[in-house]
Design a protein around this ligand. Structure first.
Ligand SMILES: NC(=O)c1ccc[n+]([C@@H]2O[C@H](COP(=O)([O-])OP(=O)(O)OC[C@H]3O[C@@H](n4cnc5c(N)ncnc54)[C@H](OP(=O)(O)O)[C@@H]3O)[C@@H](O)[C@H]2O)c1
Length: 303
């Protein structure tokens, strides 16, 4: 099958098209012909070798942790999924490829109306945001601050909090402020003076905060929220402990992904895809995501 992989750590240019054996679905597994695979910051970190990823690096290594496609092989013992079913799902690595094999409980049905790019980009950031809202207990009476609100995680966190009835503030660059307003958040510029700017727009205070971008933003969140147990980060891996915040690791499951799909179907969740690239041009997608800036998701299209 066709895939994109790297054989040495480095910049986006180390990603190259490869031909590798097509995997087969074993017992309890499903093989999916991939139509779209989302690109996440962790993919760039794995490629550059900067973060100990907690899974073996193969040579060549195919990265990518989320996908959407069509089931084309069903392993022994799998029920309720047939060849031809359109699905979206997740796995640890190997999604930048023509086919992925996953346990049957790592995917859910794709609504016919959901575009492939949206489906391919929902599993990773979406489930991280969903986990964060659950762990932080965001509710109707809360004023909730999201640092990095325009990104993949932030976009979903803002909308889940709005759906729960919370008042939401989000940090972003000026050019993303109109986007945040459309999602239902009050935009605030990040950088020096953030604490004062937030106090200006939220004179009643901030009850709960999620950092999805930067140590500076997490520090501001810790200064603003009285209950440190309600300050979480999915991003500031080197700072959360020192600053007294909570580390939040996304917990991915078919149930959680199904809940997100349900919200999308009821129009309570919009996934903005800012760019799509053919699989073979994954390097360009990594340049974009690796910049650390931008709205919503970048997705590879396969096939
Ligand atoms: N723990 C987990 O399970 C988990 C799961 C998924 C992702 N993550 C992590 O969460 C982080 C966000 O992921 P993502 O997919 O949302 O990334 P993303 O789509 O690249 O979004 C990052 C956002 O951060 C904003 N930003 C950049 N510099 C900033 C700063 N100094 N202060 C505040 N905001 C800033 C950017 O907005 P502007 O364009 O407005 O600058 C951008 O929208 C990454 O570190 C990723 O590795 C963790």
């Amino acid at each position: 099958m066709r895939a994109v992989a790297f054989s040495v750590f480095g910049g986006p240019e180390v990603l190259e098209p490869v031909s590798v054996p097509t995997p087969r679905a074993g017992p309890g597994e499903v093989r999916v012909g991939v139509r779209a695979a989302g690109v996440q910051p962790i993919d760039c970190a794995v490629r550059s070798g900067h973060r100990a990823p907690g899974f073996p690096i193969e040579r060549p290594h195919i990265t990518g942790g989320e996908f959407a496609g069509v089931v084309d092989q069903v392993g022994d013992g799998v029920e309720g999924v047939e060849v031809g079913t359109e699905v979206l799902g997740f796995r640890t690595q190997r999604c930048y490829a023509e086919y992925v094999v996953v346990p049957a409980d790592h995917l859910v049905r794709k609504p016919p109306a959901m575009p492939w790019a949206v489906a391919g980009g929902l599993s990773g950031a979406g489930q991280a945001a969903h986990t964060a809202l659950e762990d932080l207990g965001v509710r109707r009476s809360d004023t909730f601050l999201v640092n990095g609100a325009a990104g993949g995680v932030g976009t979903v966190a803002v909308q889940l909090a709005r759906a729960a009835g919370a008042t939401v503030l989000g940090t972003a660059r000026e050019e993303n402020h109109a986007y945040l307003r459309r999602l239902g958040a009050t935009p605030v510029a990040y950088g020096d003076g953030l604490v004062d700017r937030v106090r200006e727009v939220a004179p009643g205070g901030v009850d709960v905060a999620l950092d999805a971008a930067s140590e500076d933003g997490l520090r501001a969140a810790v200064a603003l929220v009285a209950d440190k147990d309600r300050v979480g980060t999915v991003a500031s891996v080197d700072a959360w402990e020192r600053l007294g915040a909570r580390w939040i690791a996304g917990r991915r499951s078919a149930e959680r992904l199904g809940a997100l799909v349900g919200l999308w179907s009821s129009e309570a969740l919009h996934i903005h895809v800012r760019a799509t690239w053919p699989l073979e041009e994954a390097a360009a997608a990594h340049h974009d995501v690796g910049s650390g800036h931008g709205r919503g998701k970048v997705v590879l299209l396969v096939g």
